[in-house]
Write a protein that binds this ligand. Structure first.
Ligand SMILES: Nc1ncnc2c1ncn2[C@@H]1O[C@H](COP(=O)(O)OP(=O)(O)OP(=O)(O)O)[C@@H](O)[C@H]1O
Ligand SMILES: [Mg+2]
Length: 364
């Protein structure tokens, strides 16, 4: 089932243009990956497919039909959707989580549970995990349950928003392999969102590189994008990144960690802040970001924070530092110590400069 974006724009009521005139076709039965730095409009683009977000301009077509002509609730039920941290219902067992959609579509309980059990097997989970609650599973297992639940919709379309970014790199590769294996059997139309170019080129039949401002920078096969980046932005996002894939052994010790603009949760701002601030708890651990010009009356609460990206633990391989910078809403990667206490911040530019200083390590 092909998905077509025709001149799709999303401007939020506050004026932010999250997606700007997106034109692109996701071919039937393929995996298309939307990749780009934090805030470039990936999630917004994805959610306009199942009408969790409505465009302010243009049209999204599913199988040639305008999605606006479908009832949003029915549309969503018919499209599998997986998010970071799996988004499982904490008070339902694993089996009941997976059975949710079949039950909603009117299946009786025993048939829905039987189907759910089959799906757990499909994603490589032992049947006995079905009785547990999500909190009793590892992060990787939870993500598999999330995939099983999305497959339960039995729809030809699957939307996946950074489904594997909260798990460690080894489990992440396992999950990627598993998805590729499943896809050879299922042949679904999958739209997958990530900020990780490695993941994008590994999984995607096609890769859509987006830039902040919601503009599509390049759309092509992984090899197109890697070999023929259309401009400097794609070259630096993809090209340098491609180089650093061989750099797992290089540590980021040469990257100067700058002082972090910090604020403590529970404290009160003395005036409007001009820059992004990392909000930390009393142990100095990051809880999220406070956007510039936040008008916080009274003590800063966790509810007023924007979720952060991945953290970079000092002394670990340099790709983590780049990941942290690219996934941060403030474009500043948060550097922490082994106790997850904030040490400071780095920018993607700083990391790339260090990588470029080691040309012998770049694997091209
Ligand atoms: N409800 C909203 N109101 C106003 N602006 C919003 C809203 N939701 C998102 N935005 C803005 O739209 C832009 C795109 O956001 P979106 O969530 O689509 O980005 P993303 O690429 O998924 O980022 P990330 O990698 O951090 O998940 C950002 O500037 C974001 O701040
Ligand atoms: Mg997002």
């Amino acid at each position: 089932m092909a998905i077509e974006f025709q001149g799709v724009t999303k401007q939020y009521p506050d004026g932010t243009v999250a997606v700007d005139n997106l034109n692109l076709t996701v071919e039937d039965g393929t995996i298309t990956v939307f990749v780009g730095p934090s805030g470039c409009g990936k999630t917004t683009s994805l959610r306009m497919i199942n009408r969790m977000i409505e465009p302010t301009g243009g049209t999204v077509l599913l199988d040639g039909k305008d999605v606006r002509d479908s009832d949003p609730a029915l549309l969503r039920r018919g499209i599998g959707y997986v998010i970071q941290h799996a988004g499982l219902f904490p008070h339902r067992t694993v089996l009941d989580n997976v059975a949710t959609v079949p039950l909603l579509t009117g299946w009786d309980k025993s048939k829905a549970r039987k189907r759910a059990a089959e799906l757990l097997e499909t994603v490589g989970l032992p049947a006995e995990l079905g009785k547990r609650y999500p909190a009793q599973l590892s992060g990787g297992q939870q993500q598999r349950v999330g995939v099983a639940r999305a497959l339960a919709a039995d729809s030809p379309v699957l939307l996946m928003d950074e489904p594997f970014s909260a798990v460690d790199p080894i489990v992440r590769e396992e999950l990627q392999d598993e998805l590729l294996r499943l896809q050879t059997q299922l042949g679904k139309t999958i739209v997958f969102v990530t900020h990780d170019i490695d993941e994008a080129v590994r999984l995607g039949d096609k890769v859509a590189v987006m830039r902040v401002g919601g503009k599509l920078a390049q759309y092509g096969t992984p090899s197109d994008v890697l070999r023929h980046p259309v401009d400097d932005f794609v070259a630096s996002f993809v090209g340098k990144d491609r180089g650093y894939r061989g750099l797992s052994f290089l540590s980021a010790d040469d990257v100067e960690v700058k002082d972090a603009p910090k604020v403590e949760v529970g404290s009160t701002l003395s005036g409007p802040n001009s820059e992004w601030l990392i909000a930390v708890n009393d142990a100095g651990q990051p809880r999220g970001w406070l956007p510039p010009n936040s008008t916080v009356d009274g003590p800063i609460s966790e509810a007023s924070l924007v979720a952060g990206g991945s953290l970079y633990e000092q002394g670990t391989p340099i790709r983590g530092a780049l990941d942290a910078a690219l996934s941060s809403p403030a474009s500043l990667g948060v550097v922490v110590d082994a106790d997850h206490k904030v040490l400071g911040v780095v920018t993607a530019r700083q990391v790339l400069d260090v990588i470029e200083g080691h040309p012998q390590a770049v694997n091209e």
